[in-house]
Design a protein around this ligand. Sequence first.
Ligand code: ARG
Length: 467
Amino acid sequence: MTDTNKNTSKKLWGGRFAGTTAASVEAFTASIQYDSRLFKYDIRGSIAHATMLAGQSILSSEELDAIVAGLTEIGKEIEAGTFDFKPELEDIHMNIEKALLDRIGPAGAKLHSARSRNDQVAVDFKMYLRDQCSQIIELLDGINIAFVVLARKYLGHIMPGYTHMQRAQPVQLAHHMLAYYEMFKRDKSRMIDCRKRMNLSPLGIGALAGTGLPVDREQVAKALDFDGVTANSMDTAGDRDFAIEFTSNCAMIQLHLSRLSEELVLWSGQEFSFVNISDKFCTGSSMMPQKKNPDIPELIRGKSGRVVGSLMSLLTLMKGLPLTYNRDLQEDKEPVFDAADTVSSSLSIMAELLDNLTFNTENMIKATQTGFMTATDLADYLVLKNVPFREAHGIVGRLVAYCLEKGCELEDLTVDELIQFSEAIDRDVFEVLSVEGSVNSRISTGGTGLLKVKEAVDEAEKQLGIV
Ligand code: ARG
């Protein structure tokens, strides 16, 4: 006769099954090799759930004590690396629950009352992602501090600004640095939004339809620092919007990092020689003794592929998935973990690299002296002398062609030569033809004039609390 009251099998259940699961199926369906990283959240969620069950008289206080003590001990063992994870128990939830059952007996078998793995995995994942958002927000502040420090340090230094990778107009180097500050600031606000939107507790929705047991979802939500509970049990069981939103934010961050990386790769090459990446952040070539390669920005640029790929995996995973929970959803974790790890390590090493970066300001200013970078200023000068802009554009275009023929820059022309192209030109024209004059005239809001950039640096320092 079999004892139906005792669970003596390797697993947590099995009543419905006549045979055991094939080893190949166990191996194929297991997720413990990657979802074990959710253990802290799983234990915290279970303690909050058990506490609520005790409050609702579903567990006695002795049973609750045994569960809390058992879970705490299991948590310590996992932390210490001494816990024996079993792939046949599939995932982190069942590994922990089975270990609890083996240690404390019948009380352990009551923990899963009014809970399914569907709400359990959702709560673990959300708690994990909340923490990841917070960590990435801190790292975004870190990289932005590096940009603002550079902007302050190089305030007043001028470089070419580019469109189409062609020299366009001179700008403050600090303005270029603060462009990245703005990008990562937006990334931060996206992470804050995402953290806030996901912060509703899924626990207590049952498998998909709610539960007839008298649960107190709000109490569990409060204990786990959620702002409230989710509204619809069916939506909750299959919702992964929060994971997609997080990974999309990660993709955007990595994309911003890749743009920066591309510029650092270009600027550190001999063709530009705008920047020195510290030796600490470069590697040599196995064959060419003279090489100093910008591997860090290159790798960060390359890693944008995997983060965007993770986002694509998730979007594809969710497309067409019927309500509510489907096992497909187990495939949500690896891309999210990989995106979070990649973005965190990239942000942190890039901030370090920026802390050790120096600019070759002489090469930068030198690069502004050729390429007719003040041509727009000359056109604007004519506009102020009442020449219609389109006409002014034509005049300056012809002047540039003349200079190209002559092999000189606009600044090298005499007033007499200039006047031949437009009567509106006067001696004061040379003020606008200088690079410095050009940059500092651009004091429109958001412009690169020293006055504006200085204000922007002050403001950024204030926002980051580094004054
Ligand atoms: N390991 C599963 C996952 O990550 C947990 C939820 C399993 N639920 C189920 N009904 N099979 O999605």
